[in-house]
Design a protein around this ligand. Sequence first.
Ligand SMILES: Cc1cc2nc3c(=O)[nH]c(=O)nc-3n(C[C@H](O)[C@H](O)[C@H](O)COP(=O)(O)OP(=O)(O)OC[C@H]3O[C@@H](n4cnc5c(N)ncnc54)[C@H](O)[C@@H]3O)c2cc1C
Length: 547
Amino acid sequence: MSNDLASRIAEFVRAAGEHGIASVSGADSDRSAYAHSVTGFSVDVGAVVYPESTEQVRVLVRLANDGDISLYPVSIGLNWGYGSRSPSVEHAVVVDLSRMNGIRNADEVSVKNPVLVIEPGVTQQQVFDFLEANHPGLTFNVSGAGTGTSILGNSLERGVGYLGPRREDLFGLEVVTGRGDILRTGFRRLGEESPLAHAHPYGLGPMTDGLFFQGNFGIVTSACFRLFPKRPANVAVSLRLKSDEQLGEFIDLLAELKRDGVLHTVTHLANQARTHSSLFQLVASYFSDRCGFTAEAADAEAALCLNTVVPDKWSSLAGVSGTRASVAANIFEIWRRTRKVAGMKIVSDGMLRIAFAVFDRFRQRQWARFQAAVVSAVLPLHGLAMGRPTDAPIDNLLYKYGALGRLDTERLDESDCGLIFVNPALPLDGRLVEKVVRDIERIASDAGFEVFITLNVEGPTTLVGVINLLFNRSDSEQQRSAQALAAVLLECIHGHGLSLYRSRVDLMPEITREDDPYWQTIYQLKTVFDPNDIISPGRYNLSKRTG
Ligand SMILES: Cc1cc2nc3c(=O)[nH]c(=O)nc-3n(C[C@H](O)[C@H](O)[C@H](O)COP(=O)(O)OP(=O)(O)OC[C@H]3O[C@@H](n4cnc5c(N)ncnc54)[C@H](O)[C@@H]3O)c2cc1C
């Protein structure tokens, strides 16, 4: 960092302090937690500031404009596999919004008014606890990322929850633009007291919300978040593909079920590596905690158990909810349409608990022990369907890299776990998706990597692929190979005429192009909202700034 920039950042931090804004700067090692992430890519971070109100965010934007300093806002910053808290350019000041964690309309929420007005630091666990304590009839769209991840940051990144894409749950944004103005989108522009403010997502005239999803035009300081009534009956439908050869046909069937409204949630179709890795730690824990196995024996037993109980190359999980009669009718329809290609299992909270009690009792026998272990692992994952967030998938990663119990889930970036997502948007076309999947499997296998794939059937025409590469970050050769493989996989995706639906922060120069009229227009919009390009320079946009 140049001396000039260092002194401007020091001045920025000093002035922020005068406004009561806490910070971390200088040689403080806490700052490095923002510089490194599980992707293995690192940037130097100028400082970290922790505003506690919208007004303080405005102060920071004003000071950044005065000092020509780049800001990088994060809600909680657990954007694992995409760059976590690391900024899009070197030496940026991270604006950590986790201390803004209020539910602003807590007293007004009800079954008739199922909308929360949340700040960036509100976590999945916080919303779950709030609803359990105050509105047990309401639930929300929970993601598979941990309990401590944000609602707002994840939705702005266009994350995916169990019920559907999170972008559909968020509206009525309050944004501090790069100019330092406050923009309220939709009908929030009429003021918080307006009966329309938290009810009508679309407002009047052009919808500006979209600019702030995967955008860099401002810092979102609060937003309306949609809740859902709990339905009387909820089951998860697990389908296991009988033959790997029929993957394309199976995807087309799932698409048809989605289009016809038979499957209600996102359908998660996972390859064996992904399914086994999601279950491994909890299965192994069952063997050590309940059956007295040593850690090593528990791991061996878990591998055997998963190969025996879940041998399928591909299996899907989706939810069906409604009245008991409608759920029964939908289950029958799913079975009728898929029975030639897939085996079906129906899972509900109650059934899992009973099954666990029975199998656990007979755990001396291997068969019962295996069933009990798998059921114990499925329970927290199934909780997602009930609106219960879980840390199980993150704990799996900590376990794999020897850090479970030593590091909290929020500190995954400090473990040896290396994780890179390469996530394409795909049309809901079985033949094409199968072709892309086969190419990805082949390329990864040639590079000596196991590839973890989930295909999420999101909507009637859309599917997104979640492709992750795991590696040990303490092994620099492995890290280099994983990063190189990620680059080849991206080429493969582009080669099919496709694109990512969400991108790692270090990858922005690869996904934007200066000679593309689309990105030129996006850059022109930047000059309207953030003329000095101080907010997340180059994030999903072109930029002339280097730091
Ligand atoms: C095992 C595992 C499972 C996962 N499961 C899922 C899953 O089911 N669904 C899913 O979507 N992801 C998943 N993830 C990926 C990721 O961890 C989550 O998306 C997580 O929610 C993102 O972190 P966050 O909520 O703290 O958002 P943040 O990191 O705070 O935000 C994400 C990005 O949005 C921008 N941003 C955030 N807040 C603001 C703001 N207020 N104003 C302007 N810009 C902002 C920033 O660029 C930031 O980097 C998973 C990861 C792992 C390792």
